[in-house]
Design a protein around this ligand. Structure first.
Ligand code: MLT
Length: 302
C-alpha cells in the first residue's frame, strides 16, 4: 500500500481523495529526530514550510521507499532539492493555488502602510485618538513596481491596476510581451516606484535584492512590501531607512528568521507586519489540498 506522511497537515478533502484511491495517509507531525526514524516507512512526504527537509532526513529516507516530496505551497526553500535530486527523489510544489491570496495580502499591506492601520489600531487600543497624526496617501495614481512577474506578481498587477495604480515590473525572464504593463530594469523600477512589491524566491548566491544601495536609489518616502521571502530585503538597511524617513513604510509578511526575533522591525510604527500568512486563506488552502492530491494520484497513475 502507498503510504503518505502529511507532516505539516493536509486538507480533509485531499486526504479523502487519497484514501478513496486506496492510499494510506498519516496526518501527523513528527519533529526532526522522529521524522528521521519514520520517513523510511513512507512513499510520499507532504510538507508546508514548518518541516525542514534536510540532507540527513533525505539520507534516512533513501533507506526506505520515499519517492516523492510534495511542498504544499510555492517556495521550496525548506527542502534540500540538490540532495533530493541526487537521491532520485522527485520534488513537486503547488505553484497555482495561492497567487490570489498572496496578492491580496500585498494589497492589504499597501493599504495598511498608506493609511497607518497597524499603528492606529495599536494606539487606539491604548486609549489614544491621533486623528491628525494619520494623514495617509491614496494608492490610486501611485506607481507600483513589481519585482518578479510570476503568477503572484501577475495577480497583484491585475488587482493594483483595478485600484488605479500604475504598474511597472521587472522579471529575471525579461519582458513578457503580452503583459499590459511596462518592463524596466531593476534600477529603473527602484527610481520610478512609489511602492515596490517583491515576488521572487531568495537566492542565497545573490543575497538580498533590496539592500542599502537599492534603497538609496528609491524615491524619497517610497514604500516596500515583502510577501516573498524575508532575506530578499536586508532588514537592517530597511530599519535604517524607516528611521531616516527615506522609506515611509513597509509591509512585511516574511522575515530573515521565522519566527522573527527582530523586535525593532515588528514594533516599528511605520511597519505593517503579519506572520507569514500569504497563503493562509481557506480558499488557497483548499486549492493547495486539491493540487497536492492530484500530484500524488497522477504520480502513482491512480
Ligand atoms: C509559499 O511559499 O507557499 C508561501 O510562502 C506560504 C508558505 O510558505 O506556506
Amino acid at each position: 500500500m502507498i503510504r503518505v506522511l502529511a507532516n505539516d497537515g493536509l486538507q480533509e478533502g485531499a486526504i479523502d481523495r487519497l484514501k478513496l484511491a486506496g492510499i494510506e495517509v498519516v496526518n501527523n507531525h513528527y519533529d526532526k529526530d522522529k521524522l528521521k526514524e519514520e520517513i523510511k516507512k513512507f512513499d510520499v512526504l507532504v510538507v508546508r514550510s514548518a518541516t525542514k527537509v534536510t540532507a540527513d532526513i533525505l539520507n534516512e529516507a533513501q533507506k526506505g521507499n520515499l519517492k516523492l516530496i510534495v511542498r504544499a505551497g510555492v517556495g521550496v526553500d525548506n527542502i534540500d532539492i540538490i540532495k533530493a535530486n541526487e537521491l532520485g527523489i522527485i520534488v513537486k510544489n503547488t505553484p497555482n493555488a495561492s497567487s490570489d491570496s498572496v496578492a491580496e495580502l500585498a494589497i492589504a499591506h499597501m493599504f495598511s502602510v498608506a493609511r497607518f492601520l497597524g499603528d492606529s489600531n495599536y494606539t487606539m487600543r491604548i486609549g489614544e485618538w491621533n486623528k491628525k497624526k494619520y494623514e495617509g496617501i491614496e494608492l490610486s495614481g501611485k506607481t507600483l513596481g513589481i519585482i518578479g512577474m510570476g503568477r503572484i506578481g501577475k495577480a497583484l498587477a491585475k488587482k493594483a491596476s483595478a485600484l488605479g495604480m500604475v504598474v511597472i515590473y521587472n522579471d529575471i525572464f525579461g519582458k513578457q510581451e503580452k503583459l499590459p504593463y511596462e518592463f524596466f530594469t531593476i534600477d529603473e523600477i527602484l527610481k520610478k516606484s512609489d511602492f515596490i512589491s517583491l515576488h521572487v524566491p531568495y537566492d542565497k548566491t545573490k543575497g538580498s535584492i533590496i539592500g542599502r544601495k537599492e534603497i538609496g536609489m528609491m524615491k524619497e518616502g517610497a514604500y516596500i512590501i515583502n510577501c516573498a521571502r524575508g532575506k530578499v530585503v536586508d532588514e537592517e538597511a530597511l530599519l535604517e531607512a524607516l528611521d531616516s524617513g527615506k522609506i515611509s513604510g513597509a509591509g512585511i509578511d516574511v522575515f530573515a528568521e521565522e519566527p522573527t526575533k527582530n523586535e525593532k522591525l515588528i514594533n516599528h510604527p511605520r511597519v505593517s507586519v503579519t506572520p507569514h500568512i500569504g497563503a493562509a486563506t481557506k480558499e488557497a488552502q483548499n486549492r493547495i489540498g486539491e493540487e497536492v492530491a492530484t500530484i500524488i494520484l497522477s504520480f502513482f497513475n491512480k
